[in-house]
Write a protein that binds this ligand. Structure first.
Ligand code: F6R
Length: 609
């Protein structure tokens, strides 16, 4: 998740406007920053690694000449957060500059094709193929306008993008386009802006034009023109007035970052499905050849590991050990060896316990693989190979979108391993891949249909003294995560354990009216879960069930329920089933007047042991 911005002004220099607008997009990423403008038929560029203020201190981002320009603040996905990988990116002639947010899935193929035509690439980014592609088309079709060349180039892109491009060939034109990644225009008396998000230009104007998927915009001194990328047909769209304050705009109209991030999950999951194959292959090669695999993490990331251990076992027939990072050295520190692999999972990539576990295993020659949301973090630097979870910056302290994105990547890895080890048939692989591809839409439906209902249930149970969270099989991980979310932001003491453990102790706590949340995915555990519900009901517990739509058997015995769409395979259930639990925790915190974004005593990145 990066931030892009572009503008064509009637008066004044573009670069200070771009600089201040990028500052407002910094919540979308802050690994590096760059600005390109055009003046007197020439492109001027400044870019550097680091936060915007640091780069500005070194380079002065405000003194580029010209009234037209583009800018970018980066959240690294392809290529480390280095100066060379920061945007804007250029073609070979230096006459076409592009900023991009999104992921180009077919960039390796395009890069090879362009390299064979003699194009020289300087970065490791997927974005750089875009200016080279535009250049190649302009060379091939000299009669094409700049926007025609951009249009032809983006027809060849697979994946997601919001991009803005300028060229000294046509120095008074700004072209931008969208597929999946957000893009919006701002219209003021002094010019036209394009940006990833409204806050970028909100102080300058509240007149906006939303751009839809598959649309291209040409901005000139005369105004803006929107076209369909597919066939170039014109689209008429008048500006709308947005009544948002700056604070609301950063949260895109949501009252808190947490709920905004819960709603971002469909988009994030679409991005995690765009992982580059060779990383999954590399990971599965290392995992397949190790004699023991430890999945090491803390908190929510540990719950993702717990879910993954079921996936690796059930799909790839591969046993793995999920371990709390803070316990790893004591529990396994001495037994780790050259044949062990540590797969460390961390949103921040900086968690002290996770880093300490990894460093100790590394000293004993174990292979270190990692999954993180923060490219360039300590974890990425000390790992043999890492995969980025593509969730974009998460501002709410409680992990939501990063949890489901971690599980999505781990599920893809389990599938890849299953294929490699020949453990499941092609038919099964096709079914599983089909289901994974549907998860973003399933999550979308779940968020939209269950939000209001979760609010009602939260209202009903917010004054409970204690809650239970139970699940069987892979839903044990979902139940643990639901409990953590509720405890950390609503401060309600909660207990979670595998449902089968009830009668070995915890059931003695049950008394009349105590709410017990059951996560009831439809798989081999379903019948036994019903027995566990009955045991709790018999002792007076109130049952809140998370069920598949039309699971009438459970609906009849539950006091309340939240639903996910039908037909979800149990093995992937933690992704959709986590959503109602996130919503419930959020609404309980609100009911109790707590700020869900900044829970007491907690920090987003825990860098002490
Ligand atoms: C809970 C939460 C924490 C983190 C934990 C690990 O909502 O966010 O439990 O999951 O501190 O953090 P990372 O994943 O950054 O290593």
């Amino acid at each position: 998740m990066c931030g892009i911005f572009g503008c064509l002004l009637s008066n004044g220099n573009a670069s200070p406007v771009i600089h201040s607008s990028l500052k407002k997009l910094e919540y979308r990423g802050y690994d590096s920053v760059g600005i390109a403008t055009i003046f007197d038929g020439k492109i001027f560029l400044k870019k550097g690694q680091g936060k915007i203020d640091e780069v500005h201190k070194n380079l002065n981002l405000d003194d580029l000449p010209g009234n037209i320009g583009i800018g970018h603040t980066r959240w690294a996905t392809h290529g480390a957060p280095l100066q060379i990988n920061s945007h804007p990116h250029f073609d070979c002639t230096g006459k076409i500059a592009v900023v991009h947010n999104g992921i180009i899935e077919n960039f390796s193929e395009l890069k090879l094709e362009l390299q064979n035509l003699g194009h020289i690439f300087v970065s490791k980014t997927d974005t750089e193929v875009i200016p080279h592609l535009i250049e190649a088309i302009m060379k091939d079709k000299p009669d094409f306008s700049f926007e025609n060349a951009v249009q032809e180039a983006i027809k060849r892109l697979e994946g997601s993008f919001a991009l803005a491009a300028i060229s000294s060939h046509e120095p008074s034109k700004l072209v931008c386009a969208r597929n999946e990644s957000p893009l919006i225009l701002g219209i003021s008396d002094n010019g036209i802006y394009c940006a990833s998000d409204i806050p970028a230009f909100l102080p300058l104007t509240n007149k906006t034009v939303p751009i839809n998927n598959g649309e291209l915009v040409i901005i000139t001194a005369k105004g803006y023109q929107i076209k369909k990328i597919r066939d170039g047909s014109l689209i008429e769209r008048a500006p709308e007035i947005i009544e948002w304050t700056s604070e609301m705009a950063v949260k895109q109209g949501y009252p808190h970052f947490m709920i905004k991030e819960i709603y971002e999950q469909p988009e994030v999951l679409r991005n995690t499905l765009r992982l580059q194959d060779h990383y999954l292959d590399l990971f599965s090669t290392f995992l397949d050849r190790s004699t023991e695999i430890f999945l090491v993490a803390c908190g929510t990331s540990y719950h993702a590991c717990l879910a993954a251990s079921y996936m690796f076992s059930k799909l790839a027939f591969l046993p793995t050990y999920p371990v709390y990072a803070s316990e790893f050295i004591e529990q396994y520190g001495k037994s780790v060896n050259i044949d062990s692999t540590i797969l460390a999972v961390s949103q921040s990539g900086e968690t002290a316990d996770t880093i300490a576990a990894v460093v100790s295993a590394q000293q004993r020659a174990a292979t270190i693989l990692s999954l993180t949301n923060t490219i360039g973090s300590t974890l990425t630097r000390i790992s043999r190979v890492y995969i980025g979870t593509q969730a974009g910056p998460e501002i709410g302290v409680a992990a939501t979108k990063t949890f489901t994105s971690q599980i999505s990547v781990l599920a893809q890895l389990a599938l890849r391993l299953a294929k490699r080890r020949g453990k499941i048939s092609q038919d099964e692989i096709d079914t599983l891949e089909g289901q994974l591809a549907k998860l973003p839409d399933i999550v979308d439906t779940t968020v939209k249909t269950q939000d209001a209902k979760a609010k009602q249930i939260a209202h009903k149970y917010a004054n409970s003294k204690v809650l239970f969270f139970l699940g069987r099989g892979i839903s044990t991980a979902t139940a643990f995560e639901g409990r953590l979310k509720l405890m950390e932001i609503a401060y309600i003491p909660s207990v979670a354990f595998p449902a089968g453990e009830s009668k070995h102790g915890p059931i003695s706590l049950i008394e009349n009216g105590l709410p017990v949340i059951f996560v009831c995915q439809k798989d081999d555990t379903h019948k036994t879960v019903i027995s566990n519900i009955m045991e709790m009901k018999a002792r007076g517990a109130k049952i809140i069930a998370i069920i598949e739509k039309d699971d009438n058997e459970i609906k009849e015995i539950a006091d309340d329920y939240l639903e996910v769409p039908q037909g979800i395979l149990g093995i992937f259930s933690p992704i959709p089933y986590a959503i109602p639990l996130q919503l419930l925790a959020y609404h309980m915190a609100i009911e109790l007047n707590h700020d869900p974004d900044m829970p007491r005593n907690l920090a987003k990145s825990v860098t002490v042991k």
